[in-house]
Write a protein of this length. Structure first.
Length: 290
């Protein structure tokens, strides 16, 4: 099934982000730490052009910490600073200001040399739907939503949010879209709950997840579902899980929809532990194969 990519929405979203760029010093590109590539807008580089950027690997609490570290190194080797954060608890958020200062040092030093008074760093958060933009803004904002009507960028609907004395955020984040038309991207987005289960077939998503876990995290599957030896084929694996969890229909058959739902629910509620669906290694291999 192909998912439509609504060119009208995209153009509008893009225009809105572009308009905001002129008011800010730095873009915070929020991605899902479990799928840093699938959860980014493929045209982000083109959209933000040469604005400085800090990549925030959000929901790091749900990702495999070892792979998150690899991602941070991967970005670093490409000249981009990235931080692992958990917007829900606030873990890692302090580092945002430190890293921003570091990235913008040259610009602010130049401003100081010209005698311009030091001011707070101005930032815009961008990211795909459901990646955690509002959670991050609320966490950073606490009660500091500022009414600063005399500032460029402040229109009737737009406000700056103060984060301490050193940072100001535009309160409305930029929403960008993932690359829907790629089936694997869609499956990763669905697996992590970024898009509704009704968009893709539930069983297809569960098959993708089971195949992935069988390859990358077989021990977690065995432990969770009490399976000594994982079957080679996917249908018998479904059957084992369905049987063990009582996902049956009359006549002793497995209810595949119910089993799929169970697997996805347990994955998303961390019952299978922190899992990353993408690692930089694969990406580098793919790139060199092209
Ligand atoms: N575990 C975990 N959950 C998070 C984190 N950040 C956000 N969430 C959850 O992810 C879901 C989506 O978060 P939102 O803040 O609504 O995402 P958004 O990007 O503002 O979404 P849109 O408004 O659709 O653009 C919510 O259920 C949050 O509680 C995080 O760091 N860790």
């Amino acid at each position: 099934m192909t998912i439509q990519w609504f060119p009208g929405h995209m153009a509008k979203a893009r225009r809105q982000v572009t308009e905001k760029l002129k008011f800010i010093d730095i873009v915070y590109e929020l991605v899902d730490a479990r799928i840093p590539l699938a959860s980014r807008n493929p045209m982000i580089d083109e959209i933000i052009t040469n604005k400085p950027r800090l990549v925030l690997l959000n929901k790091a609490d749900m990702a495999d910490p070892k792979i998150t570290k690899e991602w941070i190194n991967f970005y670093k080797s490409n000249g981009i600073q990235a931080l692992a954060i958990d917007s829900q608890t606030g873990t890692g958020l302090k580092q945002i200001i430190t890293s921003s200062r570091d990235i913008l040092k040259e610009k602010f030093d130049k401003m100081a040399a010209k005698g311009i008074k030091p001011r707070a760093i101005r930032a815009l958060i961008v990211g795909i739907p459901n990646v955690g933009k509002s959670t991050l803004i609320n966490r950073l904002a606490k009660k500091n939503i500022a009414q600063t009507g005399d500032r460029p960028g402040v229109t009737k609907a737009q406000q700056w949010i103060k984060v301490g004395k050193d940072l100001e955020l535009l309160d409305t984040p930029g929403i960008l879209w993932p690359k829907f038309e790629d089936q694997l991207v869609g499956q990763k987005l669905a697996a992590t709950g970024a898009i509704k289960d009704t968009i893709l077939n539930l069983q297809d998503i569960a098959v993708y997840v089971l195949n992935f876990l069988k390859e990358e995290y077989p021990e977690r599957l065995k432990d969770r579902y009490n399976i000594e030896e994982l079957p080679e084929e996917i249908v018998p694996l479904f059957d084992e899980i369905g049987k063990r969890r009582g996902c049956m229909v009359a006549g002793g058959y497995i209810d595949y929809d119910k089993t799929s739902e169970l697997i996805l629910r347990e994955l998303r509620s961390q019952k299978l532990g922190p899992i990353s669906f993408e690692e930089p290694k694969q990406f580098e291999e793919n790139e060199s194969n092209e």
